[in-house]
Design a protein around this ligand. Sequence first.
Ligand code: PLP
Length: 429
Amino acid sequence: MTESQNPETIVLHAGYRSDETTNAVAVPIYQTTSYQFDSTEHASNLFGLKEFGNIYTRIMNPTNDVLEKRIAALEGGVASLALGSGQAASLFAIQNICHAGDNFVSSTDLYGGTWNLFSNTLSTMGIEVRYVDPADPEGFRNATDERTRCYYAETLPNPKLNVFPIKEVADIGRELGVPLIMDNTACPILCRPFDHGAAIIVYSTTKYIGGHGTSIGGLIVDGGNFDWEAQGDRFPMLNQPDPSYHGAVWTEAVKPLGPIAYIIKARVTLLRDIGAPMSPFNAFQFIQGLETLPLRMERHCENAAAVAQYLSSHDKVDHVIFPSMQSGELKRRADAYLKGGYGALVGFELKGGLEAGRKFIDALKLFYHVANIGDARSLAIHPASTTHSQLTPEDQLATGVSDSYVRLSIGIEHIDDIVADLSQALEAA
Ligand code: PLP
């Protein structure tokens, strides 16, 4: 694998050639909890981080390691960490640098589960979230103070599908010494947030990376492009002694291995203490999914564009939400940050409102009615009564969910069959 390889090649080759003991070409599932030490010296070197190697699968695993290396290569990052879910990845990404009394600034355009995690669970830990409407990137600057540890946003957030101004906010953050964390779940391959200045990427691998709706997982990628040491007192958890690891100063301790302080700390402290590792079996599933991800994204995007077009000319449809159909600054952002397609999420509002939305969903035959996105199959949901139902009506509206909004996650079936199902369900609506 070389730096210059293309995504289609990286997803098949990065981080693994064949198994050292069996020559197996497919990545083996190392379904083991622990790993025998060669000697007491070897064991203490591993625990003391003098040597890298396997200790216990809560903290590292060789199958997960291939997935981690492959996605880090795909994103142009330095290293990554596989976790048990996308939610665990979002939590760890923040908690790794935010302690009680600290705050972070987040875009309002978020997945409902992330909104809940930030607004309710993190607040019980004394970590304050400050929401900012990404329409104006300067809002991030205005919400920043000396206890602000990071910015957080989704590249292609649903339901609004307003692409986030990555470079604009990353630039503000770099000026103020604050890293930008991007949840890129909805548009792997289409967007590489590190190319636009993001410092950390979060994935729910459950979605497009897995691609087949079989496994829950998450991943954090470290861009290795943020200077934690240069920010004075902003990151004491990385550049001052860590009492949970014999006083290690992470930016110093791992310097010979590269700019991986952030991701190593997440692994050897948070993952060690909290758990939430990805299972090796699920890592294997994600490796299978990753191999065809570029091909699937192409078809997902092609089908979604055709569906958006079809819906926009249907007389029962009031309004279609799809990045290529936006105008002005929103369209500029979609074009600047998404390459090769506008993603596979399509939103729309029916003229008949809530009741028509329900009838539409109930009439679908090919589409699955599920709380998921990014499956190879086409999916549909009514967010106001499901994924966003735990939000207050005001918060629902702030995230872009109206009563009549329907979200489609377009799969890779034949486009004629997708449109036929939509057509008969719209008849019934
Ligand atoms: N981020 C986004 C954008 C999501 O859509 C989801 C789940 O729907 C998550 C994070 C959470 O991922 P998981 O369900 O794997 O915990």
